[in-house]
Design a protein around this ligand. Structure first.
Ligand SMILES: *[C@@H]1O[C@H](CO)[C@@H](O)[C@H](O)[C@H]1NC(C)=O
Ligand SMILES: *[C@@H]1O[C@H](CO)[C@@H](O)[C@H](O)[C@H]1NC(C)=O
Ligand SMILES: *[C@@H]1O[C@H](CO)[C@@H](O)[C@H](O)[C@H]1NC(C)=O
Ligand SMILES: *[C@@H]1O[C@H](CO)[C@@H](O)[C@H](O)[C@H]1NC(C)=O
Ligand SMILES: *[C@@H]1O[C@H](CO)[C@@H](O)[C@H](O)[C@H]1NC(C)=O
Ligand SMILES: *[C@@H]1O[C@H](CO)[C@@H](O)[C@H](O)[C@H]1NC(C)=O
Length: 492
């Protein structure tokens, strides 16, 4: 009797489970392996912070040419090239082997597949043949990959070809200034850059001092408690990212991916967001490691789903490392100061290059006021933000780099010293420079003057508004406490 009741209950639960997941509009019919959109499948431009540099970099080298002018100085900040995951992430990604086995089994059984939008044969084949590369172990903890090395070497080769007189044929410590953070991937990135400039093993002859582990130039994040507090807040509950994961848009994505992979019926639960985010992570890591090969887990996702996942990460990085938090506005003060000083002084040092991380690129662009949307990114405005400026995929792929080049233009009667900014081998347009991205050096110095006053130590970790209400509040609290102590003291 009890058993029968349970069975009835089970059937009811079973039926209930079927209802919500047979959602309307499922699923988009899409074959990843057959998508021949050139030059790359459309979703490859939307892989966020794990995008391959090859999908994003500019190819028009004429942008470096200024007729009648000579390039005199270059200052560049480079994010390390493509890397391996962290050991924790490796463990997570390896677990996709279990998902693979289950998907293959469900496709064999063929009784839980959607009528529209199931995996195409080629795509299923890719997933069937996929396995975690056992060679990738914790000993390669976030190490630079071969593809990462190549991206950076190629970038340096472009500089050598477009700025022949600025770079020259050989290294000298007076002319070149290179620094990197204390990680294998940034040191490797520096070496790859050196190889691109002056050939294999060239870096062995470079003089490069080690920066202190904590330094204002490349590690301001580690020196700013407010920055770390914000990161902790953003990793907590009630954040915009978490709210976005709870929107109908994101929930539908989870349901659709589940249905596509055959997880539509009990005993299967729909896939949760960590699993779908792992699918995305594996897809984009492999695309970055082997840009010319299809990456099996990408086949589980459609181009429109890539856009949703991209937004989810853009939102995260916007809140953690850019305009979403005021503490990021001046975090890059010392790097800005370094850039401005380099551009505006006549020294023998003509090439400055720093090798660091995505946070550094974001902080620098934020200090510059670049890619700032008038409407902030939020959990509830994905639909309106399709044309947003803040797109990590384009701003910050692996190997992303900001360059500022100073040109001397003797024929210009008004202002002979010009600056042009570049991002990922494309012109970085700022609305106060001209339509070709050419800025007067004097305007650059003016516009960014606050970073050049020699007080970065004081201002780098401040909220932009000098008198924030919270600090006023704390000040008042402290004042009251002091008064209380004084009064207590007097009356005893
Ligand atoms: C599942 O079965 C249907 C109906 O027999 C068939 O059309 C479809 O190709 C099968 N799908 C797979 C992946 O075997
Ligand atoms: C792993 O390393 C071995 C030995 O270097 C190599 O033969 C093999 O192809 C590698 N496997 C993968 C998946 O790259
Ligand atoms: C630096 O050199 C340029 C041209 O070589 C010159 O126009 C400029 O005035 C010099 N600047 C300083 C600060 O000496
Ligand atoms: C550069 O300065 C000159 C002279 O002050 C001015 O005419 C020109 O408009 C400026 N260019 C830009 C892009 O600001
Ligand atoms: C804040 O205001 C004080 C006094 O008005 C000023 O000295 C200081 O430079 C300001 N700090 C910032 C970060 O603007
Ligand atoms: C600072 O406080 C004053 C007076 O309380 C206010 O008028 C001003 O707008 C505040 N400035 C900023 C940048 O918040």
């Amino acid at each position: 009797m009890v058993f029968e009741k349970l069975q009835v209950k089970f059937i009811i639960v079973f039926l209930l489970c079927l209802v919500p997941i047979k959602a309307e509009g499922c699923c988009e019919d899409y074959c990843y392996e057959c998508d021949t959109t050139t030059p790359f499948r459309s979703q490859y431009r939307n892989l966020g912070q794990r995008n391959s540099y090859d999908f994003i970099k500019g190819f028009n080298y004429q942008i470096y040419d200024m007729p009648g002018c000579t390039a005199q100085k270059i200052w560049t900040l480079v994010r390390h090239g493509t890397r391996y995951p962290s050991p924790q992430s490796m463990l997570e990604l390896e677990k996709l082997e279990n998902l693979r086995d289950e998907v293959v089994r469900l496709y064999d059984e063929n009784n839980s597949l959607p009528a529209i939008g199931s995996l195409y044969k080629n795509d299923l084949q890719l997933i069937t043949e996929w396995s975690w590369d056992k060679n990738i172990t914790e000993r390669y903890d976030e190490f630079l990959t071969v593809s990462g090395w190549n991206e950076i070497r190629d970038l340096a080769m472009v500089y050598k070809s477009v700025f022949p007189s600025l770079i020259g044929d050989s290294y000298s410590a007076e002319k070149f200034h290179f620094r990197h953070t204390d990680y294998q991937r940034t040191e490797g990135t520096f070496k790859a850059f050196a190889e691109g400039l002056f050939g294999e093993g060239a870096y062995n002859h470079f003089t490069i001092e080690k920066l202190p582990k904590l330094n204002m130039l490349l590690n301001p994040m580690d020196l700013c408690q407010k920055y770390r507090d914000n990161i902790a807040t953003q990793n907590g509950l009630g954040t915009e990212m978490e709210k976005f994961r709870n929107t109908a848009i994101f929930q539908k994505l989870l349901a659709d991916v589940s249905i596509k992979l055959g997880y539509a019926t009990p005993p299967h639960q729909p896939l949760d967001s960590p699993t779908v985010l792992n699918i995305y992570e594996m897809c984009r890591f492999e695309k970055a490691w082997y840009p010319l090969k299809p990456s099996p887990w990408c086949a589980a996702l459609t181009p429109s789903q890539f856009k949703i996942l991209e937004y989810h990460e853009d939102l995260e990085l916007y809140m953690k490392t850019s305009y979403g938090a005021d503490v990021n506005l001046k975090l890059s003060c010392t790097a800005m100061d370094d850039m401005l000083t380099h551009l505006s002084t006549n020294t023998t040092q003509s090439v400055v290059a720093y090798f660091a991380h995505i946070d550094n690129i974001h902080a620098l662009l934020t200090a510059m006021g670049a890619f700032r949307d008038t409407v902030p990114l939020r959990s509830d405005n994905f639909d309106q933000m399709g044309d947003r400026k803040w797109k990590t995929s384009e701003i910050c792929p692996f190997s992303s780099n900001v360059a500022a080049v100073k040109y001397n233009c003797p024929n210009d009667v008004q202002e002979k010293e010009k600056v042009k900014f570049f991002l990922n081998q494309k012109i970085l347009f700022l609305d106060w420079c001209d339509g070709n991205g050419v800025c007067n050096l004097s305007n650059v110095m003016d516009k960014y003057g606050e970073f050049n006053r020699g007080d970065c130590d004081q201002i780098f970790c401040s909220d932009s508004s000098n008198n924030s209400s919270s600090s006023n509040y704390i000040n008042k609290l402290i004042l009251m406490l002091v008064l209380l102590i004084v009064i207590t003291f007097l009356f005893h």
